[in-house]
Design a protein around this ligand. Structure first.
Ligand code: BGC
Length: 713
């Protein structure tokens, strides 16, 4: 149905609605749905979290899981994992799984994807987000949304905007210059709404320029509605509204919250009263209801019974599991493989020892609102055992232990999240100190055991006690004394393979120079352990590339050196546009592993790169040859490089807020190619913003490793 017809149909319905009915449609009547209008065939709008799959069912008015036996779902790789694939087709496929499952579970809106920029490595929700780079984020989030929405389900891109820390997330006021807001924090949202045609968007908890984002005139009226012309539905984060008049007069459409006093929400009875008394014009409500009805019509929620057009979706389908496996395979990043210890040869192996809790820990049920009741989750230990079968003996020792906290599945923390910001993770970090003694014993046992094995694999990293909503990490250190454990293990097994699983980078400084082999896996979904095993034993060649900088320590990151982070009242983004690699490359900061980094079991040669234009679009063409022994995939990255006169390398920190400065490098294109050994292929990569011209383009396998530079004049 074209836009005009949608509007006409929506208007016709609107005219029949009473004030009470309209108000019922613009605020939560349950924790995850609004009120419908039965007499007119308008159903309630039913929503669900979240980014890694469709969340289990909760009681309508209480944060208690109902405990059904039929609401387990496919557990998808987190968005950081998806971003590490740099694969637009996989983003579409993963979105399609999420949309299909959301519809299959009877949902209208799925509260995903989360696309906030990873400003600091310490933000607890970084695992839910894609990248530190707005272009990479947008390029993957757009097909993801298209994949979701082909199932007659709305995606809800979140959290708009500048929601980059969890500390005091409900109240913190972000102080940011307009240039940084528009060049770093807004572009991916713009892409999702325009190119991605995302049908809904969630406001952020925090304030920006003194206004709460969910009722911000500047963000929602001036930018979103007027400047971008967005006519989709804006939903508040749960409890993100603070004032009836401001919320109503802003571009917000639906107020949601975490408490069960639904009638007293700001856009419920208080609004009805204000309209009846004449202090707020009813037109504001009409605009909102019109947008909600339009959304419902687009999703075929108000079809006549006889002509039901809406797709039905399904969940836990075998091809959904296949897609999660494909994403997991391409998401794992080979950080280091100095002596080619990987891939391991199972034929030559008698026995192997796995050390580290993450070999067997389940991650799907944690993280906050992103938690999932997974149909199943293959751990690394299980994946390795499944791959090796009965001929190799696989042993496991813990080496360290975390505090296994009470399950988050009942979501109780969310009920009081308006009081404490949802900071359920903090008490866990304190409890970790008590674990220190136990760690010593576990460590000794593991090191002793390791001596008897030819192959030792460490599987550690983080878990959702650290990568979690409502909580920022204090630093990037590995918890549970893992640094000590790794060092002592390397003393007895210098060729130990180190696998780290987590949602955000960790410090590796105490052992990285001695480690020969390091693999990184973001939370990789239900088939994460399968994919990891396939990579370890060479059935799959790793191709993941870091979608964010892995700093040596968090204090190297610009949010900490130039700006402020985890402040309680106001946080100043003094680093401006110099976020992530934009800062490192411009100011000469050496990270542990740079943005875009990721090795392969094979080698690729780049040749004959040229820049071409056709129909006002710019392209880089480049010949790539696989010169190694393994078939494999390479992600070719194109960076716009500052011209000589604007290069600001080694600039003093004080000059960072100069408005005329450009980052030394900016990602403007990328493409992925699969090549057999000795095969040569041609890749064609569209370059963003090519109309502006007059620059040099660096073509490389990471932001640091530029192989060829071409001019685009
Ligand atoms: C989170 C949102 C989530 C909502 C509903 C909030 O705490 O910030 O991302 O969608 O809860 O669970």
């Amino acid at each position: 149905m074209d836009e005009n017809k949608v509007r006409v149909k929506a208007k016709a319905l609107l005219e029949q609605l009473t004030l009470e009915e309209k108000v019922g449609m613009i605020h939560g009547a349950h924790l995850f749905s609004t009120q419908g209008v039965e007499r007119l065939g308008i159903p309630p709008l039913v929503m669900s979290d979240g980014p890694m799959g469709v969340r289990q069912e909760f009681e309508p008015d209480h944060w208690k899981a109902v405990g059904y036996s039929d609401d387990a779902v496919s557990y998808l790789p987190c968005n950081s994992a998806l971003a590490a694939t740099w694969n637009r087709d996989l983003a579409f496929a993963m979105g399609s799984v999420l949309g299909g499952e959301a519809r299959g579970r009877g949902k209208d809106i799925i509260l995903a994807p989360g696309i906030n920029i990873k400003r600091s490595s310490l933000c607890g929700r970084n695992f839910e987000y894609f990248s530190e780079d707005p272009y990479l984020t947008g390029e993957l989030a757009v097909p993801f949304i298209q994949g979701v929405q082909q199932w007659d389900v709305a995606a809800c891109v979140k959290h708009f905007a500048a929601n980059n820390q969890e500390t005091q997330r409900l109240w913190v006021d972000v102080e940011i210059d307009e240039k940084a807001l528009r060049e770093i924090y807004l572009p991916a949202f713009y892409d999702c709404l325009t190119r991605g045609k995302c049908l809904s968007i969630m406001g952020a908890y925090n304030k920006i320029y003194g206004e709460h984002c969910c009722q911000s005139k500047y963000l929602l009226n001036d930018i979103l509605r007027k400047e971008w012309g967005y006519d989709g539905v804006v939903i508040s984060d749960w409890g993100g509204v603070h004032d009836t008049e401001q919320a109503t007069m802003s571009g917000l459409d639906i107020e949601m919250s975490v408490t069960d006093n639904f009638d007293t929400y700001f856009m419920a009875d208080p609004l009805k009263k204000a309209v009846e008394q004449g202090s707020i014009p009813e037109d504001y409500i009409n605009e909102k209801v019109l947008r909600i009805l339009s959304l419902m019509i687009k999703l075929h929620m108000i079809d006549d019974r006889e002509e039901r057009k809406r797709k039905s979706g399904t969940y836990n389908a075998p091809d959904h599991r296949k897609t999660t496996l494909e994403v997991a395979r391409e998401s794992i990043v080979l950080l280091k493989n100095d002596k080619n210890c990987l891939p391991l040869d199972s034929q030559k192996m008698q026995k192997i020892l796995l050390v580290g809790e993450n070999a067997e820990r389940i991650h799907s049920n944690g993280g906050g609102s992103a938690e999932i009741k997974a149909l199943y989750e293959i751990s690394p230990l299980m994946g390795i055992k499944m791959l090796l079968g009965g001929n190799v003996h696989v042993d496991f020792v813990k080496g360290y232990e975390s505090e296994q906290k009470e399950s988050e599945q009942d979501g109780n923390w969310q009920e009081k999240s308006l009081e404490d910001g949802g900071g359920h993770g903090q008490k866990i970090q304190k409890a970790d100190q008590i674990l220190a003694q136990k760690s010593t014993l576990l460590r000794k046992k593991a090191v002793e055991a390791a001596k008897a094995y030819d192959t030792v694999l460490f599987v550690g990293g983080l878990n959702h006690d650290y990568d979690s909503e409502g909580l920022d990490r204090q630093d990037m250190k590995l918890p549970y004394e893992q640094d000590l454990l790794i060092q002592e293990l390397l003393d007895v097994k210098p060729d130990m393979v180190i696998v780290l699983v987590g949602g955000s980078p960790v410090e590796m400084g105490t052992w990285i120079n001695r480690a020969q082999t390091v693999l990184w896996s973001y939370y990789a979904g239900m088939e994460g352990g399968t994919a990891l095993a396939e990579i370890l034993f060479g059935q799959v060649n790793p191709s993941g590339k870091l979608p964010e900088t892995f700093y040596k320590k968090h204090t190297d990151c610009s949010a900490h050196t130039l700006g402020e982070f985890a402040e309680e009242k106001q946080v100043a983004y003094k680093e401006g546009i110099f976020v992530g690699y934009r800062y490192n490359e411009t100011f000469g900061v050496e990270p542990q592993f740079c943005f875009g980094h990721g090795l392969s079991y094979t080698d690729f040669v780049y040749e004959d790169a040229v820049y071409e234009e056709a129909d006002n679009e710019g392209y880089v063409l480049c010949r790539i040859t696989n010169t190694g022994q393994y078939a494999g995939m390479e992600t070719i990255q194109v960076y716009r490089m500052a011209n000589q006169e604007t290069t600001v390398l080694n600039l003093s920190v004080k000059e960072a807020d100069r408005k005329d400065l450009y980052p030394a490098k900016e990602l403007v294109g990328f493409g992925k190619i699969y090549l057999m050994p000795e095969e040569t292929g041609q890749i064609k990569i569209a370059v963003k913003g090519s109309a502006q011209k007059m620059y040099r383009l660096g073509i490389g396998d990471s932001v640091k490793n530029i192989r060829i530079v071409v001019s685009a004049y």
